[in-house]
Write a protein that binds this ligand. Structure first.
Ligand code: PLP
Length: 435
């Protein structure tokens, strides 16, 4: 049991105990349970700008931003107003609305490779449907993914590398049939030679390659240009579909996502997080030709009761408008870069092995000399030290992702003063770690 500064039992502890009675592990998504870092999850009561408050009314500077969506800051008044107005007109119709057209038009205009898009309600649905489309369009079953990339929890994607270099994968979850994962080949991120080898062996059987072009689920790892370019070339050569999973990095690393940053056009893109502005909107899209294979035009089935929900679309559209304001990404990138540089210097001053990196509004914290390039390098970082750092920062009122495997996020409301407050707190924590 933890206690508050007034020596009362923490309300977070009470809530966590209560939650575990009716919800498995007390949470509705596993990482929220603090299993990786230990301790009691904070139950959030409200959020505003760069902050949220827990059940003990302790304020935190929030660096997860709902795991990406809160790019304009929490409870942005313009977004909240749009949601309130949409809700007053009705919550869901199960029939098309003009709002969905506006949203599709906006996405097609902003994302270089998308001519047509289908709205869904979660990133998992977006990647799962993109995979089905790739398989339906090519008539092939095999797919390639990369160790450490997360694409949601569809069966074919809950897979880790098999025992041999080019053997098909093993499930990462009970309940995933071997029959599903036997089609998934899991390769090392940023390893061009391995990718070439896989295509040389299985090329004409590969339906698609799916990748996070900036990986945010094994801490933050940047793809090399050569890696993404090789993927593009090999997919084109072998008639495989290249899927960029930009659920996390889309509208986060640049307005046009990683594909704009790297100048590489995927065949399909999965989007989520930012495009819902905090409500459940995700999407997948690509060329009109490929997308025409989707029902009701084509034979690839996909549907959703709440797809294109009017309230969620209002939040998403309003968010997409705000992020197009002049200078938005320049400021967001400068904020994340200021944080990464400040933390790196504070650690160096204290003699702690640590570095940080940022791309657009995403950042990574690494207890290693240099940023990792793949999953194995990420796993070699000092996770025990991260866990101590995480809790000490939490005590200081700074909420980083409760796992060493996750990227962090800044919003447009993280001012220089907020970043500097974070760096000052980290300097105190690094000094303690060094003692
Ligand atoms: N793809 C990526 C890159 C993600 O980071 C996530 C979630 O974190 C997903 C897909 C799944 O999205 P959702 O949690 O909305 O199902």
């Amino acid at each position: 049991m933890t206690t508050t500064s007034q020596n009362q039992v923490s309300k977070n502890d009470e809530l966590f105990e209560r939650a575990q009675k009716t919800t498995p592990g007390g949470v509705n998504s596993p990482v929220r349970a603090f299993r990786s870092v230990g301790g009691t999850p904070r139950f959030i009561t409200r959020a505003e700008g760069p902050y949220f408050w827990d059940a003990d009314d302790k304020r935190y500077i929030d660096y997860i931003g709902s795991w990406g969506p809160a790019i304009v800051g929490h409870a942005h008044p313009v977004v909240v107003k749009a949601v309130q107005e949409a809700a007053a007109r009705g919550l869901s119709f199960g029939a098309p609305t003009e709002g969905e057209i506006l949203m599709a038009e906006e996405i097609c205009r902003l994302v270089p490779s998308i001519e047509q898009v289908r709205l869904v309600s979660s990133g998992t649905e977006a990647t799962m449907s993109a995979l089905r489309l790739a398989r339906g369009a090519t008539g092939r079953d095999k797919i390639i993914k990369f160790e450490g990339c997360y694409h949601g929890h569809a069966d074919s994607l809950l897979v880790k590398a098999g025992s041999g270099l080019l053997t098909f994968g093993n499930p990462t979850s009970a309940g995933v049939p071997e029959d599903f994962v036997k089609h998934t080949l899991v390769l090392d991120y940023n390893n061009v030679a391995q990718l070439e080898q896989a295509f040389a062996e299985f090329g004409d059987e590969i339906a698609c390659v799916i990748v996070e072009p900036v990986a945010g689920n094994m801490n933050l790892i940047k793809a090399t240009e050569a890696f993404l370019q090789a993927m593009r070339t090999l997919c084109t050569k072998h008639g495989s579909v290249l899927i960029f999973d930009e659920v996390m990095c889309g509208f986060r690393v640049a307005l046009g996502g990683a594909q704009e940053l790297y100048g590489i056009k995927p065949d399909l893109t999965a989007l989520g997080k930012v495009i819902g502005g905090g409500l459940p909107v995700a999407a997948f899209g690509g060329s009109a030709e490929l997308m025409s294979k989707m029902a009701p035009l084509g034979a690839v089935y996909q549907a959703g009761t709440l797809s294109g929900n009017p309230v969620a679309v209002a939040a998403g559209m309003t968010t997409l408008k705000i992020i197009q304001q002049p200078g938005f990404y320049e400021q967001l990138s400068a904020t994340a870069a200021r944080l990464a540089a400040g933390l790196t210097k504070a650690a160096k001053d204290a003699g702690i092995v640590f570095c940080a990196d940022a791309v657009g509004g995403m950042f990574g914290l690494y207890f290693s000399e240099t940023p990792p390039n793949n999953y194995a390098e990420m796993m070699a970082g000092d996770r025990a030290r991260f866990n101590v750092f995480f809790h000490a920062m939490l005590d200081e009122g700074v909420y980083f992702a409760p796992a060493a495997f996750e990227a962090g996020f800044v919003s447009a409301q993280h001012s220089d003063a907020v970043i500097d407050e974070t760096i000052a707190a980290a300097a105190r924590v690094f000094k303690k770690l060094a003692a």
